[in-house]
Design a protein around this ligand. Structure first.
Ligand code: PLP
Length: 400
């Protein structure tokens, strides 16, 4: 079963510095299965056309394929309507879209506040600052668990939105989104969820979570780069102004006045990355062929195994030990700089990420410059974990 999955990922056969690649940088981007690679190839060989306005055959086929993926995404995350799914370039653009448009509609300019978790990616911090909000971060424990009682105290008459990650890219913590939504809604405040690190690891149901916005990236879920999703509840989206102006998002344009298209096209200005959206559909099919439960079980096994094996090494310090975690291990080796560890692992063909992982407030929280992060996907194996552990054993004497 696992070998069948691995066979679908040609890149896993690549050698790096003369060694078989061990790819543990999946939180940054996952590798792509053949079905996705071939769909992109087929689209540009025999299906390329601009969508929606064309009278010709290729345009009709491309439009149907593009809109079909919208329905696939709707089903994947349990949205009520397909027109609540907006295609973007990725999580970052999705959050910028909401921040810009939501702020124009709902900010009052009297000291608007957005409650965020203390473990947000910069993509869920900076757009709110650009929109003019004051951020109120929710603290988290040493283990990486959010303090919901502290969160409760942050609500006040200036709170316009809560913006939290479903899963932390640095700590792996899976936040209790349904509880957070219940808390926020009790205060009449909508919730945006950054799902970049969740959609490829667990079943997501936006209606069960109750969230108002849910954002994610195709390239972190086995799909192509350059495509992402912004889900928003119809009631809010229909109230919000367009983010960008241009083709497709309009109904009528004159030099005096423009009226806007209906949802979701109001938020999809210009030519989208049609081939990448089609590739995203294939990525969804790949995840569904494995099954989200099987996928989560495989990753949970790997996380437990890797945590146990690494913990047995001298001087390993973990960051992020929440009971609910995705398959992310952030650690330091003694007092070594994470970059040195990452560079030495790379020499042995092992790809991990080092640094602050675009979560500088998390590093400040622990008083460290960064971590080494090994993040797993469904195609990773225990044998690869063993390879990393052996490599760490070899490099440790060089580091001290
Ligand atoms: N949010 C989280 C939690 C992430 O991990 C990332 C990427 O690492 C992003 C947002 C930004 O995603 P993208 O660069 O695909 O827009």
């Amino acid at each position: 079963m696992l070998q069948d999955i691995r066979n679908q990922f040609p890149i896993l056969g690549v050698e790096v510095h003369g060694r078989q690649l061990v790819y543990f940088d999946n939180a940054a981007t996952t590798q792509k299965p053949l079905a996705v690679i071939e769909a992109l190839d087929a689209y540009y060989r025999s299906g390329n056309a601009n969508i929606h306005r064309g009278a010709h055959h290729l345009a009709a086929v491309a439009t149907e394929a593009y809109e079909g993926v919208r329905r696939q995404v709707q089903a994947l995350i349990g949205a009520r309507h397909a027109h609540e799914i907006v295609f973007t370039r990725g999580t970052t653009e999705s959050i910028n879209l909401v921040a810009s448009s939501f702020a124009r509609r709902y900010f009052k300019g009297d000291g608007d506040e957005v409650i965020v978790s203390g473990m947000e990616h910069h993509s869920n911090i900076v757009p709110w600052q650009l929109a003019g909000a004051t951020l109120r971060p929710v603290p988290f424990s040493d283990d990486g668990v959010l303090d919901l009682e502290a969160m409760e105290r942050l609500f006040n008459g200036h709170t316009r939105l809560v913006a939290v990650c479903h899963a932390s890219n640095t700590l792996g913590t899976v936040n209790p989104v349904a509880d957070i939504v219940a808390l926020a809604h009790a205060h009449g405040v909508p919730v945006l969820v950054d799902g970049a690190q969740a959609v490829s690891h667990m079943k997501v149901d936006v209606q069960a979570l109750g969230c108002d916005f849910y954002c994610f990236s195709g390239h972190k879920m086995y799909g192509p780069m350059g495509v992402g999703v912004m889900y928003g509840r119809e009631e809010l989206l229909s109230e919000m102004p367009p983010y960008q102006g241009g083709g497709e998002m309009i109904s009528e344009v004159s030099f005096e006045r423009t009226t806007y298209n209906e949802l979701p096209f109001k938020f999809e200005a210009g030519t989208p990355s049609v081939g990448d959206v089609i590739g995203l559909g294939k990525a969804i099919e790949f995840m569904q062929s494995v099954g989200m439960d099987a996928l989560a079980a495989q990753e949970a096994d790997l996380l437990a195994y890797a945590a146990e094996r690494l913990a047995a090494l001298p001087g390993i310090r973990f960051f992020g030990r929440a009971p609910q975690k995705t398959a992310v291990l952030s650690f330091l080796v003694g007092d070594s700089h994470p970059y040195d560890v990452g560079t030495l692992l790379d020499q042995m063909g092992i790809a991990v990420r080092t640094g602050h992982h675009c979560t500088q407030p998390v590093m400040d929280r622990y008083g460290i410059p960064g971590t080494v992060r090994a993040s797993f996907a469904v195609y990773n194996t225990r044998a690869e974990v063993d390879t990393m552990v052996s490599a760490l054993e070899r490099i440790m004497p060089m580091l001290q």
